[in-house]
Write a protein that binds this ligand. Structure first.
Ligand code: ADP
Length: 265
């Protein structure tokens, strides 16, 4: 039986202003903290992305390519530190709402191999959940057995957390209304897909039928790829626009709202 645990991902496009380096979207962060508090969900893990905090620094020092030369080391530290700064804003907003959030730095308990999670020390999260805390994690610069270091995306983290802790649901908050037939920011004919199954996901990735009727690119492509494993495990997924007030509250409560539901089928 699936647990009541919900993994909530808040994308970097939601909590930061993506084209302005190191700029948080403070009103969105505060509103989302209130929506989480109002929902009174008791078993929750929150994961957030990097947006304009993590990405520009990681790109400048080519952190995702792994260790190549000593000059990158300081870049790794700066990338991690930018994420800590953003994480602090999220934690403070949650604390202001009286929520017992606890920051957990992925780089301190996860090691990857070729960018994929290899070691994952689950005990701190497990103990925190038992006591009713809300662990708050984020996409991070992490140590990697083969590459020296790597970027662990918030989306890969969400997938692992959902499987590891047998979550009932994953909610992905982004800056568009869900999964579309094409990127809605560049294609005005893109249509929202209200519900998709596991085999649909695989075909979007070009795996089953190589279907070209759906065009998933960029960040959304990474999400779909990571979601396949939890959906296979029976976790229900809902992709929703977290910039629209009330959507995350409704999604947490399991109420109807516009978005894309993904089920095993
Ligand atoms: P975040 O940083 O919030 O995790 P990303 O920017 O990485 O989100 O990914 C979400 C983006 O993916 C959307 O804003 C959209 O522009 C893009 N995208 C590309 N293809 C699609 C698609 N088929 N449906 C929806 N969004 C898509």
């Amino acid at each position: 039986m699936k647990s009541k645990l919900i993994i909530l991902k808040l994308g970097g496009s939601v909590i930061t202003i993506k084209d302005k380096p190191l700029t948080p979207n403070v009103p969105a962060i505060k509103r989302l903290a209130k929506e989480i508090a109002d929902s009174r969900i008791s078993q929750l893990i929150l994961v957030h992305g990097g947006g304009s905090y993590g990405h520009p620094i990681a790109a400048e020092y080519k952190i995702a390519e792994g260790f190549r030369e000593k000059g990158q080391i300081i870049g790794f530290s700066k990338t991690h530190n930018a994420m800590v700064s953003l994480n602090m804003l999220i934690i403070e907003a949650l604390l202001d709402e009286g929520l017992p959030s606890i920051s957990m730095a992925p780089s301190s308990f996860i090691v990857t191999r070729h960018g994929r999670i290899r070691d994952f020390h689950r005990d701190p999260i497990e103990q925190a959940l038992k006591l009713g805390f809300i662990p708050v994690l984020y996409g991070d610069a992490v140590f990697d057995y083969e590459m020296g270091f790597a970027i662990l995306s918030g989306d890969q983290l969400v997938s692992r957390l959902a499987v590891e802790f047998n979550a009932g649901r994953i909610i992905i908050g982004v800056d568009v209304n869900g999964l579309y037939t094409a990127d809605p920011k560049t294609d005005e004919n893109a249509k929202l897909i209200p519900c998709a199954t596991l085999s649909d996901l695989k075909s979007f990735m070009g795996g089953v039928s190589g279907s070209k009727s759906i065009d998933v690119t960029g960040g959304m492509m990474g999400k779909i790829f990571e979601l396949i494993l939890p959906v296979m495990n029976g976790v229900e997924v809902f992709i929703v626009n977290a910039l629209k007030p009330g959507n995350i509250y409704k999604a947490l409560k399991g109420e109807e709202t516009v978005g894309t539901r993904i089920i095993k089928g």
